[in-house]
Ligand binder design. Structure first.
Ligand code: ARG
Length: 479
């Protein structure tokens, strides 16, 4: 017998067909989840009286050996067998014959792939969550190190009001906090077992579906077999949660690109983590932030591709669903690598607080404080805004000129104003007046840092709990 006739799942189909339809090239990544799912499945089969204890033990020990061999690189998968699920079943049957051929009783590749993908996604979500936590820690560290550093705050990318650099870093922290929430939320919704749904209508073998769900440490079983085999919401949801996360990273990265330019010069690039130019000897480039900015497009592209694959699919399983994986895998790889690189970059980049403080002097950023002050002297805010605007336009961005004009003109508008009172227009004083919760005042930022610490601890605990569930897959393979 030649290799083709023994290994081809359907010996009559053409090579071109197999080449077009095979997915093992990429879905081999599901091998651990597939084997763990099978181990959980045979426990249910034994309990239902479909397999004897002996058969079950034989299958499980062969599956574990197979797992060991795959891990040690001793197994090659065959594209003629289409996907990872067929490959593993074939390898098992090759090793133990008849007993192996009983593995697929009461199961379809449709509920099998739905299970495997869920197991892989929950693992990948937890890995991303840990990476986000590290990046959040790096941001907190930067905030703490730069507690007193003042920088210009921007709207429309124009100087707006002075803020603490720590406040700015913490803004990115809280964005990432929402990303963590979305990831955890997605995890909790998707951690249920579709096994037992069969091809679409449910299994007829009286299998207790909770057995597999419990062994895999999932939080329950799906409610409807048609829905279970066709549901890829969790794929789209993960891709969205990770795209939103990348959009947040791209925004931080855009700032780092700007801040490292000669015009801003707020930060110095870490030499170890920046490239030079092949032609210009003086160059140092912010490659990591630039690439993350670029990879955001790639991630959002995958999200759109996944949603488009799902659009208009009739119930229940359709082969289109196989097209979810390459996009999804790349989302996880891209986001994981981006988080890792950015955390390292933040840790090594150097901030120039003097330059930031200087910049905070430019652009009359405390004009609002002056208008606010006038309102405390009984001038309605709209009018106060008009008075200050006039002076600001005349001063044309020059802070000294602005102060001079204010000193000259305001006493006319505000009875009893002493020129030395204008010291409140210094950026430090402007910041210190903003101690409302969530404001840029240093006490308010200190409170934020305390809340952030609590938040990091609670996310850490959630990661620990979810890791125990995720580890059920490896535990089933190893024990
Ligand atoms: N490789 C397939 C997928 O990823 C597995 C399910 C195939 N089912 C089928 N009836 N052809 O979706």
């Amino acid at each position: 017998m030649n290799a083709r006739s023994t290994r081809n799942a359907s010996p009559c189909v053409s090579d071109e067909f197999l080449e077009f339809t095979a997915s093992v090239r990429y879905d081999r990544r599901l091998w651990r989840h597939d084997i763990a799912g099978s181990i959980a499945h045979v426990q249910g089969l034994e309990e239902a009286g479909v397999l004897t204890k002996k058969e079950k033990d034989r299958i499980i020990s062969a599956l574990k050996n197979l797992a060991k061999d795959i891990r040690n690189g001793k197994v090659s998968f065959d594209p003629r067998l289409e996907d990872i699920h067929m490959n593993i079943e074939h390898l098992l049957t090759e090793r133990i014959g008849e007993a192996g051929a009983k593995l697929h009783t009461g199961r379809s590749r449709n509920d099998q792939v739905a299970l495997d993908t869920r197991l892989m996604v929950r693992e990948a979500l937890v890995a991303v969550l840990s990476e986000v936590l590290s990046l959040q820690r790096a941001l907190v560290l930067k905030a703490v190190e730069n507690k007193g550093t003042i920088m210009p705050g921007y709207t429309h990318m124009q100087h707006a009001q002075p803020v603490l650099l720590a406040h700015h870093f913490m803004a990115h922290f809280w964005r990432l906090g929402r990303d963590c929430d979305r990831i955890i939320d997605c995890y909790q919704r998707m951690n249920v077992s579709p096994l037992g749904s069969g091809a679409l209508a449910g299994t007829s073998f009286g299998i207790d579906r909770t057995i597999a769900s419990r062994l895999l440490m999932m939080d329950g079983t799906t409610e409807n077999s048609l829905d279970a085999v066709s549901d890829r919401d969790f794929v789209a949801e993960s891709a969205f949660a990770l795209s939103m996360l990348m959009i947040h990273l791209s925004s931080l990265c855009e700032e780092l690109v700007l801040w490292s330019s000669q015009e801003f010069a707020f930060v110095r690039l870490p030499k170890r983590l920046a490239s030079g130019s092949s032609m210009m000897p003086q160059k140092l480039n912010p490659d990591i932030p630039e690439l993350i900015r670029g990879k955001t497009g790639r991630t959002v592209g995958h999200l759109v591709a996944i949603l488009t694959v799902l659009k208009s699919l009739p119930l229940a399983y359709n082969r289109d669903l196989q097209e979810d994986k390459e996009n999804l895998f790349d989302v996880f790889d891209t986001v994981g690598a981006s988080l890792h690189a950015l955390t390292a970059f933040l840790g090594e980049m150097e901030i120039d607080p003097v330059r930031m403080r200087e910049s905070a002097e430019a652009g009359l950023m405390t004009a609002t404080d002056l208008a606010d002050f006038l309102t405390t002297r009984g001038i309605p805010f709209r009018k106060a805004h008009g008075i200050v605007r006039e002076i600001a336009i005349e001063a044309d961005g020059d802070m000294d000129e602005f102060l001079k004009l204010a000193e000259e003109r305001l006493p006319k508008a505000v009875k009893g104003l002493k020129s030395k009172e204008l010291a409140f227009l210094r950026p430090e004083r402007s910041i210190s007046r903003r101690e409302c919760s969530g404001g840029t005042g240093s006490r308010a930022v200190g409170n934020q840092l305390k809340m952030a610490e609590k938040r990091l601890n609670s996310t850490k605990k959630i990661i620990q709990r979810l890791t125990t569930q995720v580890e059920a897959v490896n535990a089933l393979l190893d024990n």
